[in-house]
Design a protein around this ligand. Sequence first.
Ligand code: ADP
Length: 237
Amino acid sequence: MKIIGITGGIGSGKSTVADLLRKRGWIVYSSDEISKELMQTDVELKTAIVELLGAGVEKDGLLDTDAIAALVFGNSVQHRNRLHALNRLVHPRVLAKHMMNIERHRELGSPLIAIETALLFEVGLQHGFDYVIVVDAPKQVCIDRVVARSGATAADVEARMAEQMNQQDKKGLADFVIDNSSTLEALTKTVNSTAGIVEVMPERPPQSDDDDFESEFEDGYDEDDFEPEEDGENLKI
Ligand code: ADP
């Protein structure tokens, strides 16, 4: 079974690409969708998030994602430390869910599954995939799209971008780059032609004994990427 990673900066069009691939018949799991679901259904996780960010992030028994976003996305060290602490809670659970899904599809004999995730290279997961697709669009286009989608300010979007690896580096590490600088019609064509190639590519031979998604996860993703940036600020979350 081939495991395909789909990544790209905020607003590049990852979720749109994931939806187009689903329409083509691909099985695509989204880290963002899984984390949103877990944050509402995993009681242990919910409790840990309230402990971390305070009672203000809970409303009517559910986590208030807008309140969480306001606390973790911003330019201050405090925002960054909160984001890293939140990631340390959420990411292992999302990855465990991906692993369960991968196992299930292996048993079912599925030929291919894809995982759409904002943080992929950043957490050292690239070796767990047979191929990685990076969705790309110019920075200003991404900002405009996210502002139009969510009503966030351009400064908010830039703060989120600053948390991710820059697009140029991501493209350098990609097996395939999907350009999404133009219309949805153009994107649909590019997605289908790229998907057609990926579908006929062979599985990537393992580079070592533990070169698969499960081992990448068990080795621990790069925890350092989620560490607070400045000693002394650690407790100020
Ligand atoms: P990401 O998942 O990478 O953050 P999305 O797929 O959610 O990005 O895309 C961001 C916004 O831009 C969404 O509202 C989406 O509908 C829109 N969008 C994506 N690609 C295009 C495009 N080629 N033309 C116009 N709007 C687009």
